[in-house]
Design a protein around this ligand. Structure first.
Ligand SMILES: Cc1cc2nc3c(=O)[nH]c(=O)nc-3n(C[C@H](O)[C@H](O)[C@H](O)COP(=O)(O)OP(=O)(O)OC[C@H]3O[C@@H](n4cnc5c(N)ncnc54)[C@H](O)[C@@H]3O)c2cc1C
Length: 380
């Protein structure tokens, strides 16, 4: 975000986040990458600092801050320092609205304190081996049997899949229906029949755990339903603009980081007797990149303020997600090119960015689906 839309408190918060990540996360990056997941205590350390679900009510340990700029700052700092592992953005930006809007008082009392302190890591499981973009085609079922739902099926590509303590699982409570048959259940670590597959090997974001989940006759108490039965699809759709804007914020931050790293690199690296940056081609590329990032940031900042005011539309969030993620991929690719062979080496942040950023065009609804949303909004 541009400083123009930030107050002094935001800037102070940025400094606190920056110092925390530099001390508690950056030194562990390589270890986490090799392990395929982060140390569990980074969650509780972040919780102690008040960085988790900052918008949740104070009675549960939150700060009651209704200002998405704080979420954005946390994500921007993580990206600018290359901290890929902890799934804080998932818990803060994507999961939090579900807790706040649809948890009952009893569910809030049971889970929110742990979610805010970092003792409970959360995940959301929508995608299945045979249903991603077409969520209404999901096959996981949760059939009511007295005081329980009996959950059967499997999910895949689930972020925080290994570390999560509670998972919001989307399942058909009425398999005859399409989207109207979908409900969301809170499945807890240790429930009989709930198993995790292996930590999936990805081309990027290697320090983040992504897993398959399996449910075999899991007895989920009816009090673990999120909101109302049959309303799950509506809840998912309702929360997606915030998720998509969060991805756009991450994409702009990733493009900025690539630009800054490359600027340093091309000033130092020499060829034909002068710094790479002094070639007209490099100058033009960097000028274009800076221009595009500035334009993207202006648009995304406007979306952040609209989200704060409750005015961000589905189609504008889709525009921000598709356009910025394509921009960041293009920028990172050009920046890698300016690094030459070094850009292909894993030790260089630009190589990690190249791999890690690629998922952004796929996550949170693919960019093709974003174009569908925008296209439909103009009546086509
Ligand atoms: C690292 C990672 C983390 C993830 N985290 C989570 C998570 O935490 N929770 C979760 O539930 N899911 C998660 N996902 C899954 C992700 O949301 C899906 O991969 C994504 O929604 C796409 O679904 P799919 O993979 O089934 O692709 P498909 O839906 O099979 O799409 C394949 C291709 O077909 C195109 N396509 C599909 N439908 C249309 C259409 N109508 N018009 C035009 N083109 C179309 C798509 O755009 C895409 O290019 C994660 C995935 C990854 C890789």
């Amino acid at each position: 975000m541009n400083d123009k839309i930030l107050d002094e408190e935001h800037k102070l918060f940025r400094k606190t986040v920056h110092d925390f990540l530099k001390k508690e996360a950056v030194p562990h990056g390589e270890k986490w990458e090799k392990a395929g997941l982060v140390d569990r205590d980074i969650w509780t350390k972040a919780g102690e600092m008040g960085f988790l679900c900052m918008d949740m009510p104070e009675e549960f340990g939150g700060m009651g801050i209704k200002d998405f700029r704080y979420n954005a700052i946390l994500q921007e700092e993580m990206i600018s320092l290359g901290v890929e592992g902890p799934g804080f953005t998932l818990q803060n930006d994507i999961m939090a609205p579900y807790f706040e809007k649809y948890f009952t008082q009893a569910q809030k009392e049971k889970w929110l304190p742990g979610i805010i302190s970092g003792e409970i890591v959360t995940a959301i499981a929508m995608t299945e081996p045979d249903a991603g973009s077409d969520l209404a085609g999901m096959r996981t079922t949760a059939i009511r049997d007295g005081d329980h739902y009996i959950l059967n099926g499997s999910k895949t590509y689930i972020t925080n899949g290994i570390l999560s303590d509670i998972v919001l699982v989307c399942a058909k409570t009425n398999p005859e229906e399409t989207h109207k048959g979908i409900s969301i259940l809170v499945v807890e670590r240790g429930m009989e029949g709930f198993e995790r597959g292996k930590n999936l090997e990805k081309i990027g974001l290697k320090a983040q755990d992504t897993a398959e989940l399996f449910f075999r006759d899991v007895k989920v108490p009816v009090e673990n339903i999120l909101g109302e039965e049959g309303r799950g699809f509506y809840y998912l759709m309702h929360n997606l603009p915030q998720e998509r804007l969060s991805i756009a914020i991450g994409a702009v931050a990733a493009a900025k980081r690539a630009y800054e790293d490359t600027l340093t690199f091309i000033k130092e690296r020499k060829a034909f007797g002068r710094p790479i940056g002094k070639f007209q081609n490099s100058r033009f590329r960097m000028a274009e990149i800076l221009t595009e990032i500035t334009i993207a940031e202006t648009f995304v900042d406007e979306c952040v303020m609209e989200l704060n005011e409750g005015k961000l539309t589905n189609e504008k969030a889709a525009m921000s997600k598709y356009w910025t993620t394509e921009l960041s991929d293009r920028v990172i690719d050009q920046c890698l090119q300016l690094h030459g062979g070094a850009g292909f080496m894993w030790d260089y942040p630009i190589a990690k960015a190249y791999a890690g950023n690629r998922i952004m065009r796929i996550l949170g609804g693919t960019n093709e689906i974003m174009r569908e949303i925008i296209g439909k909004s103009i009546g086509l």
